[in-house]
Design a protein. Structure first.
Length: 279
């Protein structure tokens, strides 16, 4: 690049110059030890070459904050030969898992679902049980799971965070329940949520594939359509908040498609984000 050439850079960007994972040949950066430059290029992200006043040439990732960026100050407390392992352990996509306990579910079913979430490679940062059996419990029906038993299950599962929601109003559909839980958890600013019925068989590969799609493939997921009415549905927190979720009789994905510029590119089939959930 010519020294006189002016370069326009987005205010959101990452400068690789001080990153410990930058690969160099003398004063020229040739790549990334984690292969992130190639990943960004494959995702269509603009990679800009910069030459500074010291004749050092390096890359700028335009329009993205690289979550793998680490300088020597950040990594000084770790042995150099563990840096790649450390950053791979640190970097994951935080998410909120909402589990709907339907009227027909027994305790064994709910327990199996919680175990499947806990055993994910990247377990949820927050798990919410949405208890639709509560009216049955109030009516003292024998097959209703006591709320205290469900709450204890959450405690015993040792999730990072958990919450519990008894549902009184049986007229609310599942989309309305998602909005209700989202609004009650606004202080937990995890970028995504995923929804499952308790009786759904959550694949072991789910979280790893989801993480890979966001961090490696860099898919800009505003919404992922479920495999059926609700299972595997992924919502982006920013999009949900901006469009008030599924309110006013319109589903979130329809709002994204119709109200965002090129909205279609932010809405995916869940099987494209997580191949283990292909229909």
């Amino acid at each position: 690049m010519s020294e006189k050439e002016e370069v326009s850079v987005n205010h959101v960007h990452t400068i690789c110059k001080e990153c410990v994972f930058a690969k160099w040949e003398k004063n020229t950066q040739t790549g990334c030890k984690l292969d992130r430059i190639n990943d960004y290029e494959k995702a269509g992200v603009n990679i800009i070459g910069i030459k500074d006043e010291e004749d050092k040439e390096y890359f700028v990732i335009d329009g993205r904050y690289c979550v793998y960026y680490r300088n020597t100050e950040i990594m000084k407390d770790y042995p150099r030969d563990t840096w790649e392992e450390i950053v791979n352990l640190q970097v994951k996509v935080p998410y909120h898992a909402m589990v709907i306990v339907n009227e027909e579910d027994d305790f064994k079913t709910v327990k199996k679902c919680c175990k499947a979430l806990k055993n994910q490679k990247y377990s949820p940062n927050l798990v919410t049980l949405i208890n639709k059996q509560y009216p049955k419990y109030v009516k003292e029906q024998d097959n209703a799971i006591p709320p205290s038993k469900l709450l204890q299950l959450l405690k015993d599962s040792e999730f990072h965070q958990f919450s519990f929601k008894n549902i009184y109003d049986q007229s609310l559909d599942d989309r309305a329940l998602v909005d209700l839980v989202f609004d009650s958890a606004k202080e937990n600013k995890y970028p995504f949520y995923v929804v499952f019925n308790a009786n759904f068989d959550i694949p072991q590969e789910f979280s790893e594939e989801f993480n890979n799609s966001i961090l490696v493939k860099m898919m800009q997921v505003g919404f992922a359509k479920p495999v059926d009415d609700i299972n595997g549905m992924i919502g982006n927190r920013v999009a949900h908040k901006k469009h008030s979720g599924n309110s006013f009789g319109r589903n979130l994905e329809d709002k994204i498609i119709n109200l965002e510029d090129d909205g279609e590119k932010f809405v995916f089939e869940i099987g494209d984000v997580c191949p283990c959930l292909k229909k």
